[in-house]
Design a protein around this ligand. Sequence first.
Ligand SMILES: [Zn+2]
Length: 67
Amino acid sequence: MTMVRDRKTIPPIHSRFMKVKCPDCQSEQVTFNRATVKVHCQACGATLLEPTGGVANIKDAKSEVLE
Ligand SMILES: [Zn+2]
């Protein structure tokens, strides 16, 4: 069985939306899980996500992936 180099067998990781709940004020907002900029709570300004070069780092915020 020969691997074809041009054909990717592993699907690329797509950005997904996810819901992040602010630990401070419980405000929920929807964002990408591959944020390239810091994501702040729209209500109180707390940092919810920080870019790490790839998948966003979820700090204290609770989150759930939205398919
Ligand atoms: Zn907040």
